[in-house]
Write a protein that binds this ligand. Structure first.
Ligand code: ZN
Length: 125
């Protein structure tokens, strides 16, 4: 990968990182919000649950974006963390924070369906 390409991905990732940092901070506000009105509790519980789920997803994505930026600094970007093969540039353009090549992503998706936790920490949101 050329330096210009790396810089392009780095910019995309840094933009995404900023977006997500804001989103996660905003959601934390929702999650801890408490209603003094008991009648609102059910509604709020549902909203909180949704917010927590989104927060989980965004936190996971945030971790992936940070890890990708780290791989750029380490000169390991664009290589699958699971099998060490180059990740297809089309895939990197679509999902620049992905740690996996398409083959390993399919394995990870499959293992998620099977409820295996093997890939959980590295999963792409
Ligand atoms: Zn792979």
């Amino acid at each position: 990968m050329t330096k210009a390409e790396l810089n392009k991905y780095k910019q995309v990732l840094e933009t995404k990182l900023r977006e997500l940092s804001h989103a996660v901070r905003d959601r934390e506000g929702i999650v801890i919000e408490k209603s003094p009105d008991a009648l609102d509790e059910v509604q709020h519980a549902a909203e909180r649950e949704l917010a927590i789920r989104n927060l989980d997803r965004e936190s996971q994505l945030l971790r992936n974006v940070r890890a990708a930026l780290r791989r750029i600094d380490e000169g390991a970007y664009g290589v699958c963390v699971h099998c060490d093969e180059d990740i297809n540039p089309k895939r990197l353009n679509a999902v620049p924070w992905t740690p996996y090549c398409i083959t390993c992503q399919e394995l990870a998706d499959k293992s998620r369906e099977d409820n295996s936790e093997m890939f959980e920490e590295l999963m792409v949101a």
